[in-house]
Design a protein around this ligand. Structure first.
Ligand code: SF4
Ligand code: SF4
Length: 387
């Protein structure tokens, strides 16, 4: 006998009121499921996670969408969303569903220390707030003032992670060489809140955002350079509704503009075959595709090759949607597919422009033991070498 399903329209309404405003627009065509990167891997999460089905369960308020391996699987890469024929805001629907459980404290065990660290330290990497500016040691970076054009906002990852710190230093080096007027407020800033909002703790996200907006507005910030595409997306799209209106640019786009204006040039030859991995939040979410490529091609000796899945069709590294902290078994890691894509192109260096992508791709390259044929570099590290 067919199972009788326990439909709950109250639950559906609760999910919609938690942010899934376009949930009812979904006509269940299934295109999102087919395009989702989880279809490219095989394993437990891949078998459980189906974004079309999850939205159907939510439309009917049925049990199932809230199972941990389903609810927290989405990496918010946006591949489904940019192709949905009904323009359903699929990521907002996922966040809405997560809000129904995460707001009440029900989040995966692995994310609990992350949330605790954000609450107590203002960042998800367990670093003390007082050490947020330590990465600047040995550099001469002015504090932001109203005479400064840009605030340089450095992602928490780059404030605390050893590799991330090197990336922040490389970005500062490039900005200074190009004569950009910028300053920092690092010691006083908090996490932009991107991952916290994506994992569904809206209340904590708003506290972080309001703290940063109060700081930025109080200091007269008008323009922000971000080191991470995730901060870029959050400042650009989420902060305005809380009173934070700024002109926001990712460092790679700013450097691309300066290159065209003749304010930046590269003279040290790098005779390498290089390929570029488009971070989801730089490319698909914010349409920055050309600047990174123009910068790489401006380096003497570089042969730029495109990956098979590129630009708007780029394959996610697996680190978005707070999954940079997830434990994913080998075989289900999108980053490993990405390393294989680069190795197939016989690239010497896989360049990207996002701290999460670096974390995921460096781990995958080591895990696949491809370090002898492929180097993973953040764009700023590569460009700094070419100055
Ligand atoms: S592609 Fe859009 S309309 Fe089709 S199932 Fe997915 S969300 Fe629904
Ligand atoms: S955003 Fe990416 S991971 Fe999430 S459902 Fe869409 S395609 Fe899948």
């Amino acid at each position: 006998m067919a199972e009788i399903l326990d439909v709950s329209l109250e639950m559906r309404d609760y999910i919609v009121s938690s942010g899934a405003e376009t949930l009812s627009e979904c006509m269940q065509c299934g295109l999102c499921t087919n395009l989702c990167p989880w279809r490219l891997v095989h394993g437990e999460v891949s078998e459980s996670f189906n974004i079309r089905k999850m939205q159907r369960q939510a439309q009917l308020g049925l049990d199932g969408f809230d199972e941990e391996e389903v609810l927290f699987a989405c990496v918010t890469c946006g591949m489904c969303q940019v192709n949905c024929p009904r323009e359903v805001k699929i990521i907002e629907n996922v966040i809405g569903m997560r809000n129904t459980t995460a707001g009440a404290g029900f989040i995966p065990k692995i994310l609990k220390p992350v949330v605790s660290s954000v609450r107590s330290n203002g960042n998800p990497w367990m670093g003390e707030q007082s050490k947020r500016a330590e990465w600047q040691e040995g550099l001469d970076i002015p504090a932001f003032s109203e005479d400064t054009e840009y605030l340089l906002y450095v992602c928490c990852n780059s404030c605390y992670d050893p590799r991330g710190k090197k990336i922040a230093k490389s970005i500062v080096n490039l900005l200074q060489k190009a004569g950009v007027s910028f300053g920092v407020l690092t010691a006083e800033e908090k996490c932009c809140g991107e991952s916290i909002r994506k994992l569904g703790d809206e209340e904590l996200y708003q506290k972080l955002a309001e703290s940063n907006i109060g700081l930025f507005n109080g200091k007269g910030v008008k323009k922000i350079i971000t080191t991470s595409p995730h901060c870029l997306d959050t400042f650009k799209k989420d902060y305005p509704e809380l009173g934070g209106e700024y002109e926001v640019i990712h460092y790679s786009e700013l450097l691309g503009n300066l290159l065209k204006e003749g304010k930046l040039a590269f003279s040290a030859e790098q005779a390498k075959k290089v390929t570029f991995h488009d971070p989801c939040y730089l490319g698909r979410h914010n349409q920055v595709f050309d600047s990174p490529r123009e910068l790489l091609q401006a380096v003497p000796g570089v042969e730029l090759v495109e990956l098979e899945r590129t630009k708007c069709n780029s394959l996610c590294c697996g680190g978005g949607g707070a999954r940079v902290w997830a434990e994913v078994p080998a075989g289900e890691r999108f980053s490993e597919l990405r390393i294989t894509d680069a190795v197939d192109k016989k690239a010497d260096i896989l360049v990207t422009a996002c701290p999460y992508c670096i974390t995921m791709l460096v781990d995958a390259c080591a895990g696949l033991e491809k370090g002898d044929v492929l180097q993973v570099m953040e764009m700023s590290e590569f460009l700094s070498k070419a100055l």
